[in-house]
Design a protein around this ligand. Structure first.
Ligand SMILES: Nc1ncnc2c1ncn2[C@@H]1O[C@H](COP(=O)(O)OP(=O)(O)OP(=O)(O)O)[C@@H](O)[C@H]1O
Length: 232
């Protein structure tokens, strides 16, 4: 299977400049690869560095050392040293991030939020609307909410809009941070099914899931960040 992410010798420490320059080591010498169709679940105690690693993979945090090759349009590109324009192109076409919160844009309806990634990828407007509606229906978002902006939606409703947007056309690599935090059991199961379907299409997944049942249903492999704890 094609390697989609290759992480080599990645380390992270934070320097707290506003607190006397205290240096906070997080992890050191992290090495792993994720192939198309795999789901790597990040494990480890609270504070071990799972979220930091996910942000590093997305190019949001800069690692203190190491490289991360992302397979983008058939080439391997180091997202750590890539210029911002390349990072944006990688995110647009290859690398999706599913956070637990929806970024609400005033006056943009739930349906438009879900339809938008399809339109951006050139899907015909009618087909994009049909696919977006099907995804919102699958996630049990009441139809009366589809035309409304999600600012006033409940936490779980917003989370489902966010998941619908992310999975209506999954990216080749999906980084997923706690997607089921505010969901009931039925909707959790739907998210697990969406992740399995994305994998079956060849998506490479890296995720954090605090819910043990979700974690076990999703994981094809685990990486325990605690194993890479840096000596203080
Ligand atoms: N922006 C930041 N500046 C300084 N320290 C940070 C920053 N982000 C994270 N940290 C520190 O890095 C360590 C790892 O945090 P991180 O959020 O990655 O852990 P986690 O494993 O995701 O934890 P949890 O399971 O509780 O969400 C923590 O000690 C945290 O305080």
């Amino acid at each position: 299977m094609t390697t989609m992410i290759h992480v080599e010798n990645v380390a992270k420490h934070f320097t707290l400049h506003n607190q006397g320059g205290v240096r906070l080591p997080v992890f050191d010498n992290v090495n792993f690869s994720v192939a198309a169709g795999e789901a790597l679940v990040l494990a480890g105690a609270s504070g071990a560095g799972k979220s930091s690693l996910l942000r590093i993979l997305y190019g949001n945090y800069r690692p203190s050392a190491g490289m991360i090759a992302i397979t983008h349009a058939g080439r391997q590109i180091d997202i750590v040293s890539a210029v911002p324009r390349t990072v944006l192109d990688i995110r647009r076409r290859t690398l999706g991030f599913v956070s637990q919160f929806l970024r609400v844009i005033p006056r943009v309806s739930a349906l438009d939020i879900v339809r938008d990634p399809l339109l951006a990828r050139g899907v015909d407007a009618l087909e994009a609307s049909e696919r977006a509606k099907a995804m919102l229906a699958r996630l049990n978002l009441p139809e009366r909410l589809w035309g409304l902006a999600p600012a006033t939606f409940s936490g779980g409703e917003q989370q489902r809009v966010n998941i619908a947007r992310s999975f209506v056309d999954p990216s080749p690599i999906m980084l997923i941070d706690e997607p089921t935090a505010s969901l009931d059991a039925a909707n959790r199961d739907i998210v697990v099914a969406l992740i399995a379907e994305a994998r079956a299409k060849g998506c490479a997944i890296v995720g954090i899931f605090h819910d043990e049942a979700v974690r076990e249903a999703v994981a094809t492999r685990y990486l325990d960040i605690t194993d890479f704890r840096k000596a203080a």
